[in-house]
Design a protein around this ligand. Structure first.
Ligand code: ATP
Ligand code: MG
Length: 871
């Protein structure tokens, strides 16, 4: 069975069992402060388990793009070395939200694996939770009893809390789980060593394929458990591992999920897969990592230097490094895998096919720049090795290579070994730990439990229609960070807009008869609208009047609506390939990132600005439609953004149906006229294939223009109000250049005169010709020129000058070539001594030195002292 059929069968099976099939959520998360990436199927359903939202169906199934490269689940270092952990993988899952529980989940899992997929029953093992004293929980007898209907008791194993008790995080929903493992070894090997001893023992051919989680508890922040009001099922099956089992392979990379990529890499590198473990690992790393990186970029996460972007950059670099070291890829290559992958998955994850060019362009640039860094790093390693007296590269140097050049330790170690050296790994670890401690200290915070007041209700957002509302607190939480307490408040209703879609969160206050509390920010946490304050209300049950800060919101609305107009104008001027790649909207400005491959010309920028201002003057009324079925919204011409999670019902914002139709949750002006003036203030590059425009509107734009105009007035005034300002400035610059040239000639003439006078003062004294004088010269350069000219003339010169340069004293000593050989006079030492007379310091070479000082009156003393020195 090919992988496509395997995936389809899973979804069809659960559809027949009454499940609604839903699409995968994006890989990159937006409103979840606890995670950077989706790392399991349940992430998009968190709010259903937490009771913050009602699921659209009590039974759901899907295949979810997952990434396990940071935080609690981080498999990165295993990937490629082993054959069954990936960075990005698909997790097939079926869910019950307060519907069926253990009985059906177990029966269906068994039916699907053994009857539909026909996996041999005598190669399957299951585990159940074996109890935990700390939590006071017994063995999961219920699950065990249910499994016994299908499988011999000796194939049912007890698992520890670590393997068989699933938890969402430090706190939150949790419960026992039951895993299904498969033994893929040959019959002989199975005879020799029974599979049950290898389950959960990191054996590459006895692997877990499916985990059925039975959520029945909630873990509170103090560690205690409480029963959940409703019980849920959350299952996750590794798609690539399932394919391996069904296709009778012993490595995920041997399945048709990875073979097209492996073959492509092998051909390009001219290396056979399975010829050598080292090159095999490199091929697996590349085949795996291109998937993670491509889908992350696809879902809106560009490689960068911080946060999720940095994780993606590191994954790509790991792949480049393996290719560079073991497969001799010295030029960008991974980007060429993108079309292979896009075609393979076009029917499942069409988003990659749709953005194929863009994604490969981004990867190409990123590869090219890292390869350049690698070159630089290699030079740095060579320099370090050159300086080495011992045979060990120090820990801080290894760290420097890691930190500034992105050189992982194993690469440094490899290169060192090739050059006959080793590295101080312990020293490196110490440096690493120091850095980690630094960032930990900066980030450590304690998050308390949500405390409920009365019944849990879903927050109603009323801020589209009004900026004030009477509200009641429904829950709150305390966050402690660096001895500071912050409070997060959730209300039954709120006019406060929570940061999302690029638009910043509202600020403002809530007020009761007795107190007033400021809201400093509003953010989303999944579906919750969380208000941040520095104070907790004294009365938790009081009624409050919530008021949004009007002016900030008004400017943000102007900027948000202007962003929509800008987007539409860009597509008109540059073409339909322009797609939003990021945006920021606050009360000061708007920033819009979009796909486009070259810098915009000044004419294009002007055109875009003109179109937007035109639309502003048309004063187009806002057409806001809420709760539009997503399919209908698309037929209206609204573009869904890649990497954005949309519900079944969306909000559609239209400013002229022929111009701008967008899916958007943000707040907007009632008519475009409110935007006033629209002004683009910069156009630049953010990453390969992504441009950024910054623009301002209304008050800010007016202030900007006002400042520019008054600056021009000021300049015009300084130039005595010429008719043509630009011509006047140009003339001024030309005049200045001409004068500079003249001055230079003049200075040179002056220097020549001074030199000629000095020659007449030369005195022959034994083995030397002495020239000593107090003079004045226009600048430091001419002093030097005069000294060198005299040196050319007298082989046995000893020149000592006390010079006034632009009102400042300077000493200069020059020793002729022949005289220098005698080593009697050292210009540097003499200048050092002489400079004391002018309150200065300096030195230089044995034959030429100068020094500046502060005391002009000391110039005569310099000559007196000099006379003493030559005697
Ligand atoms: P393992 O112990 O093998 O790392 P896990 O206990 O971390 O697995 P779960 O968190 O239970 O796995 O995830 C559910 C399923 O997802 C697993 O049964 C497995 O089939 C699959 N899976 C987990 N991690 C990976 C990964 N890094 N690559 C591919 N599949 C994975
Ligand atoms: Mg794991």
């Amino acid at each position: 069975m090919d992988s496509g059929s395997i995936r389809r069968k899973f979804l069809e099976f659960f559809e027949k069992k009454g499940h609604q099939i839903v699409p995968s959520a994006p890989l990159v998360l937006k409103n979840d402060p606890t995670l950077l990436f989706t790392n399991s199927g349940m992430v998009q359903f968190k709010d259903c388990f937490l009771g913050n939202t009602t699921p659209k169906s009590s039974r759901v199934a899907d295949t979810q793009k997952c990434l396990r490269v940071s935080g609690k689940h981080n498999d990165l270092e295993e990937v490629g070395i082993d054959t069954y952990h990936h960075t990005m993988f698909e997790m097939l899952g079926n869910w019950s939200f307060g519907d069926y529980f253990k009985k059906d989940a177990i029966a269906w899992a068994w039916e699907l694996l053994t009857e539909e997929y026909k996996l041999p029953k005598d190669r399957l093992y299951v585990t159940v939770f074996g109890g935990d004293k700390g939590d006071g929980l017994p063995v999961d007898e219920e699950a065990k009893g249910l499994w016994k209907a299908f499988i011999d008791e000796e194939r049912i194993l007890h698992g520890s809390k670590k393997d068989n008790f699933w938890e969402m995080g430090e706190s939150g929903p949790c419960g026992p789980c039951s895993e299904i493992h498969v033994d893929l070894r040959s019959d002989e090997e199975v005879k020799k060593v029974p599979g049950k001893t290898l389950v959960n023992n990191d054996h590459p051919q006895v692997v877990e394929i499916w985990n059925l989680v039975f959520m029945e508890f909630n873990r509170k922040a103090d560690g205690s458990l409480e029963k959940l009001p409703a019980q849920h099922v959350d299952t996750g099956m590794g798609f690539e591992r399932l394919c391996m089992a069904i296709q009778g392979k012993t490595s995920n990379y041997d399945t048709d999920v990875f073979q097209p990529l492996i073959t492509f890499i092998g051909e390009a590198a001219n290396v056979k897969y399975k010829a050598d473990e080292k090159t095999d690992i490199a091929m697996r790393v590349m085949a795996d990592h291109v998937r993670a990186v491509s889908f992350a970029i696809c879902d809106g996460q560009l490689p960068s230097n911080t946060g999720a972007g940095y994780v993606i950059r590191r994954i790509l670099r790991r792949a480049v490094r393996y290719g560079f070291t073991f497969l001799d890829f010295k030029e960008p290559f991974i980007y060429k895998l993108v079309p292979v992958l896009a075609n393979q998955l076009k029917d499942v994850f069409g988003e990659l096919k749709a953005q194929e060019d863009y994604v490969s362009k981004v990867i190409f640039e990123e590869e090219a720049s890292f390869l350049r860094t690698l070159e630089k790093g290699l030079k740095r390693i060579d320099a370090i090795i050159q300086e080495k007296k011992d045979k060990v590269i120090a820990g801080d140097q290894v760290f420097e290579l890691y930190d500034t050049f992105g050189f992982p330790v194993d690469l440094t170690s490899l290169i060192a070994r090739e050059r006959g050296l080793s590295i101080d790994e312990t020293g490196f670890e110490t440096e690493m730990k120091k850095q980690k401690d630094r960032s930990k200290a900066a980030a450590s915070k304690e998050t308390g439990d949500w405390m409920s007041i009365g019944d849990d209700v879903k927050t109603e957002f009323t801020g589209y229609d009004s900026l004030e509302e009477d509200v009641k607190l429904v829950k709150y939480r305390i966050i402690k960070q660096k001895n500071k307490e912050q409070f997060q408040l959730v209300f039954n209703k709120t006019p406060f807009y929570a940061e999302s879609g690029g638009q910043v969160g509202d600020t403002g206050f809530i007020e009761s008869a007795n107190e007033k509390i400021f809201i400093v920010d509003t953010k989303k946490e999944n579906e919750l609208i969380v208000h941040f304050s520095d104070k907790l209300p004294e009365s938790l049950t009081a009624s409050f009047h919530a008021v949004v800060q009007r002016d900030k919101r008004r400017q943000s609305m102007n900027n948000h609506s202007a962003t929509h107009l800008l987007h539409a104008a860009l597509r008109q001027v540059l073409g339909k390939h322009v797609e939003q790649k990021g945006s920021l909207v606050n009360d000061k400005l708007l920033r819009f990132d979009f796909s486009h491959f070259v810098a915009m010309t000044p004419e294009e920028i002007q055109q875009v600005e003109d179109i937007v201002n035109q639309k502003v003057r048309e004063n187009i009324a806002l057409d806001e439609k809420r709760n539009v079925p997503i399919e209908q919204a698309k037929t209206l011409g609204a573009m869904a953004l890649f990497g954005e999670k949309y519900g079944d019902f969306v909000r559609v914002i239209t400013f002229d149906p022929k111009f701008s139709v967008e899916l958007c949750g943000g707040t907007h002006v009632r008519a475009t006229g409110h935007i006033g003036l629209f002004k683009i203030i910069s156009e630049s590059s953010v990453a390969a294939g992504v441009r950024r425009i910054e623009a301002i509107t209304a008050d800010e734009a007016e202030a900007y223009v006002r400042n520019e105009v008054s600056l021009l007035d000021e300049i015009r005034g300084m130039l005595k109000n010429p008719k043509d300002l630009s011509a006047a400035v140009k003339a001024l610059a030309e005049e200045k250049q001409a004068l500079e040239k003249k001055l230079e000639v003049f200075n040179q003439e002056k220097a020549n005169q001074v030199k000629d006078v000095l020659v007449t003062k030369a005195i022959k004294q034994g083995d030397k010709t002495l020239i000593m004088d107090k003079i004045s010269l226009p600048n430091a350069d001419t002093v030097k020129n005069v000294a060198y000219a005299l040196r050319n003339q007298f082989n046995d010169l000893l020149l000592i000058l006390a010079v006034e340069v632009e009102g400042k004293p300077q000493v200069c000593v020059m020793v002729g070539e022949q005289l220098a050989e005698t080593k009697v006079y050292h210009a540097g030492n003499m200048v050092k001594e002489l400079a004391k007379e002018i309150d200065g310091g300096g030195g230089g070479q044995p034959f030429f030195a100068t020094a500046g000082g502060k005391n002009l009156a000391g110039l005569d003393a310099v000559l007196v002292k000099a006379r003493g020195m030559i005697k």
